[in-house]
Design a protein around this ligand. Structure first.
Ligand code: GNR
Ligand code: NI
Length: 171
């Protein structure tokens, strides 16, 4: 298990659409393990493969509470089958946009079909933080970031700040 460097805004990779995983082999399982190690190290409750530079449709999540047993989840080629009309609001953050938080409204419940780490098809009915996190991660697979749901003015300010920081670092 290797902790990988995180891709940070405004890296154009974050706007790419990730490609499906065609075969679950040891390389894919190693990638899942590296993603989990990177997520726990950050720490975060979710991570998409593209956030460590691999634009493939896989994400990992663990929404277990501190002190409780870990519950690592691996979602390969996830698809949202249904979304509730009911919405919920969470304050979201993103490991690719460090130290920026904003409230986002999303469907409160989703049903997601995916393959697990062993390649078995699974269907998960999620609510609460898991539902929000799944939608945040699946957005990453489609090049969508949570700042796309805030006002244009706020979004442009965040992008500008991170663009400046990246330029200052490059010198
Ligand atoms: O660690 C994370 N916390 C979080 C909080 C609220 C809603 C979504 C998230 S996901 C985020 C990790 C991350 O950037 N995943 O892509
Ligand atoms: Ni994120």
């Amino acid at each position: 298990m290797t902790i990988k460097p995180l891709i940070i805004l405004p890296d154009p990779l974050l706007r790419q659409t990730s490609k499906p995983i065609e075969r679950i082999d040891v390389d894919v399982q190693r990638l899942a393990d590296d993603m989990l190690a990177t997520m726990y190290d950050a720490p975060g409750i979710g991570l998409a493969a593209v956030q460590i530079g691999v634009p493939r449709r896989m994400l990992v999540i663990d929404v277990s509470r501190e002190g409780e047993e870990k519950q690592p989840l691996v979602f390969i080629n996830p698809e949202i089958l249904t979304s509730s009309d009911e919405r919920s609001v969470y304050e979201e953050g993103c490991l690719s946009i460090p130290d920026y938080y904003a409230e986002v409204e999303r469907p409160a419940r989703v049903t997601v079909k995916h393959l697990d780490r062993e390649g078995n098809e699974q269907i998960v009915e999620a609510d609460g933080l898991l539902a929000t996190c799944l939608q945040h991660e699946i957005d990453h697979l489609n090049g969508v970031l949570f700042i796309d749901y805030i006002s244009r003015l706020k979004r442009e300010m965040v992008i500008k700040k991170f663009t400046k920081a990246a330029k200052a670092k490059a010198v």
